[in-house]
Design a binder for this molecule. Sequence first.
Ligand code: C5P
Length: 406
Amino acid sequence: MLTNKTIVLGVTGSVACYKAADLACKLTQAGAKVDVVMTDSAAKFINPLTFRSLTGRTVFTDMWDTLSASGVDHIALAEAADVVVIAPATANVIAELAAGIAGDSLTCTVLATLAPVIIAPAMHTGMWRNSITQENVAKLKNRNFTFIEPGYGYLASGCIGEGRLADIYTIMGTVRQVLGRTGNLAGKKIVVTAGGTREPIDPVRFLGNRSSGKMGHAVAEAARDRGAKVVLITGPTVLPDLAGVDIVRVQTAVQMKQAVAKAVAGSDALIMAAAVADFQPQTTSAQKIKKAAAGGKMTLPLVATPDILTETKGRFLKVGFAAETEDILENAKEKMRNKQLDLIVANDVTAPDSGFEVDTNRVSIIGPDSRTEDLPLMTKKEVADRLMDRIAVMLKPKPAPKGHTH
Ligand code: C5P
């Protein structure tokens, strides 16, 4: 989705400038045209040549050393931008923007642009927490600037505290979210589940499965990138939080059911990519079960978990996943009927390049009237995108019947 988008990357004078080089590189690799605008202080930390080499494009530093064809760089940049990202943003640039000061290429560009502006602050904790900075941030937020809160950790001063530049993954995610705001799921609310559940046996053991959460996270990301408001309910996973997505972390099937029940209010679609346990131990031991006490043999009584898809009712689109090892399409179609689904994504989890843990998947998407779309092997992100194509069409308001009058 970043292909051919023009991103103006403002880099200001924080030691975190070196991370902006990585950001410029990743945005370029994702297909964006990245125009870097540096303040004088930023150019003291890092040479503009670094950005020129990474982006393959002109880097703007001095307002008086005009480089664009029109000779007015900040207006050319302001008009070309699909989004402006300032990372790292110092307390100084935030104050200038809040006051409407336009003393250099970057602040002139921001003042002139109609594109959305994202600000990722980086500074010492004291400067960040200072009420002057916080007032400036509040003022800019009121004017629809998007802030990516700084993280907590080691700072250049040697202190540990709040003020570190947010990680590049979060900044990239925010860029995608902001660019996707007007996508074909704008205004829709979508609930996605991901990962496997864990059903506790005792305080140290659980019944789980091999689901990594990658498919569900990719679905949530794809929905976000098309403008949907997304709630992601996920079982335990090592995957990082997705920027711009509300994340609810759960452990068990029962907790997932409760979280889904709460989240689906007012939603347009429920997409259950989670591998929910079908059974849970009848009781959970309060203490670790001892090997000796089991007498060399152990039987674990199980009871069925609630079927979330079947039991969650409402006027939203219901989408299920069917991880199968045999008779894939027949089993998926049966699930679709039993669980009254609008769409089901069937996948063979026996192939090494498809299903659990890996980044790729080979799926069939079965829609109403059993219309089946067999997709070749592709990344889970691509599968998620194809699924969203189908969902966006199904959620599109139907045109009024001919001859209809108000
Ligand atoms: O019946 P099976 O578990 O194979 O169905 C898979 C689909 O049903 C998935 O979309 C899964 O998230 C959902 N499911 C559920 N509640 C369960 C088990 C599965 O919603 N207890």
